[in-house]
Design a protein around this ligand. Sequence first.
Ligand code: HEC
Ligand code: HEC
Length: 382
Amino acid sequence: MRNDAILGLCAAVLAMAACAFGQAAPEAKTAEQVFKNIQTLKGTPADQLIPAMQFISSSLGVECEFCHVQGKMDLDEKKAKTTAREMIVMMNGINKNHFEGHRDVTCYSCHHGASHPAGTPPVLETDSAEEHGKAAAPEAAKLNAAQIVDRYVAAVGGEDAIRAVTSRVATGNILAGGHETPIQVIAKAPNKRISIMKMPNGESITAFDGHAGWLGNTGRPAREMSAAEADAAGIDAHFALALDLKTMFKELRVGRPEKVGGAECQTLVGLRPGQPPVRLYFDEKSGLLVRMVRFGETPLGRNPTQIDYADYRAVDGVEVPLRWTLSRTNGRFTVQIKEVKQNVPVEDSRFAKPNSVSENETSSGFRLPGIQRTRRVRRVYS
Ligand code: HEC
Ligand code: HEC
């Protein structure tokens, strides 16, 4: 499997940072305490260093080796690395002196995915005058944030139907880098979730136990998520997201209407103190959530993660997306669910972080301790 595929898989379900680099646990260590040769990013939380590197790489459209000697990231052998340090200082200066200290200018503002920023605008390559001249789509009836959320709740099936479902066991495949891997996602109200990927060499687990997130791989000690990873996993774990939206954000603002896959969407921006915003896109026709974009904070800029929800089906009167695609700057994967069972009893212990992920869990397919089949079991298709 190619490296980026593995990266994609690592990120599966979790959406955030880079498990391939074995990020430190969420202690309040700074980058210079964990890494060997930090000069300009001193004081940065250690678990934001690799996300900052990913931000730099995608901003410049380069691989790590553009600046680093592979395996010896602390060396300063490549000129691009020292140039990057100067650029960080320059960028901080511009923001401090010209943008009241707001991080308005980032590497991406100038570089736009190129190591050498273009200084000249391009000529018009195609005759897209028609595109430009097109009148904007007629504005949808202006709804306020609460109305958009209410419409979403109704579209999912209404509050009573949503509350009547308290657990969900979904089985399907995850497609990344041309490889299909079986996956199971178990979720329980109000906010517990575990995803188990069956890799050829064992299981890869992403879980949120209601308070904290953890990651596990067969035969290895499970590890706690970084703060940013746990925040993302915690959002994904909201079992009744439609009902929780009004309370999980301090403020919901209506954003500009945007298109997702050709469909007009109403958008909301969810704000929480001390956290990057979360953008939500609701299909104007169906009222359902079709996209979520959230951001991982780094000292240099924010790394976006986009999740597109599709293939909504009614299961026990509640609309459930059976397909979702998670895209980041450095990879993407799609999960396609084939079978959903709801209101299956699931023990809370199923979500708890074990000391290590044991071998025998992997040997017999999806063995699910603590789950018995019961009545209200319903197959979507299989
Ligand atoms: C455009 C240049 C550039 C790219 C691309 C880049 N880095 Fe860096 N990296 C730096 C700079 C500059 C530093 C030192 C920052 C400082 O001095 O505060 C650094 C530091 C590091 C360190 C700390 C090493 C140590 O022990 O001191 C690691 C680890 C690292 N980078 C990993 C990565 C990874 C992984 C990637 C690819 C995802 C990457 N970098 C891409 C410029 C880059
Ligand atoms: C205000 C605009 C601007 C910002 C912001 C900016 N750069 Fe640059 N950067 C440039 C320009 C212009 C060049 C090309 C200089 C040249 O051609 O000699 C460049 C060149 C570089 C190079 C050298 C590329 C090579 O091929 O050797 C690196 C590395 C780099 N920038 C990294 C960064 C990083 C990392 C950030 C964010 C911390 C950043 N830059 C932010 C304008 C910017």
